[in-house]
Design a binder for this molecule. Structure first.
Ligand code: HEC
Length: 161
């Protein structure tokens, strides 16, 4: 009797572990689907100007984000600018989709995984604070630089993009 109960308990525990493993797999699959969705959104809504590898076209006023995003991430105003900039804030994407896109784009661009994630709330807050003069504000944050950074086409693109 006791041993049957023990066996039942053991079976229940094993079943529990199996469910846990399944749940973990499902979470990983969800995370991967979200990353794919973010990348697709970038390709669909942003890469027309910024290029698939984010090098932009500085000679045409599209900044090389591989150069500028690490600088922008260094200050709170710069972090807000990533969302306030018209390309992001006026896109057809929802706040949640922008947060997801950014949370994929930041590590892909910078190779850093310590950038605090953008939440949907943070995105909506910045999105409700549009900029009067985008280039003046940008120049202020980046220390007086012009819109375009020098074209550095020789650089390799980030492997994760
Ligand atoms: C029509 C072209 C265009 C599209 C589409 C576009 N952008 Fe931009 N983006 C720009 C330009 C030009 C700038 C430079 C600032 C400015 O003048 O708006 C910029 C700047 C940025 C910056 C700040 C980097 C810097 O150096 O200023 C980020 C971040 C950014 N865009 C993200 C996005 C994202 C994310 C999308 C897609 C949801 C997107 N952009 C779509 C043209 C575009």
């Amino acid at each position: 009797m006791a041993s049957r109960r023990a066996r039942t308990l053991r079976l229940a525990a094993l079943r529990g572990l199996g469910l846990l493993a399944l749940a973990t797999l499902a979470t990983t699959a969800n995370a991967q689907a979200e990353l794919r969705h973010a990348r697709d959104n970038y390709l669909l809504h942003c890469s027309g100007c910024h290029q698939p590898d984010a090098r932009g076209k500085p000679s045409a006023g599209i900044p090389d984000m591989r150069e500028t995003v690490p600088l922008l991430l260094a200050t709170p105003a710069g972090r807000a600018f990533l969302i306030q900039v018209p390309g992001t804030s006026a896109s057809a994407l929802s706040d949640a989709e922008i947060a997801g896109l950014m949370n994929w784009l930041m590590p892909a661009l910078t190779g850093r995984h310590d950038v605090p994630a953008f939440s949907t709330e943070e995105v909506s807050r910045y999105r409700r604070q549009p900029l009067d003069d985008v280039s003046a504000h940008r120049a202020e944050i980046l220390g007086g630089g012009s819109t375009a950074t020098p074209d550095q086409t020789a650089r390799a693109s980030p492997g994760t993009m």
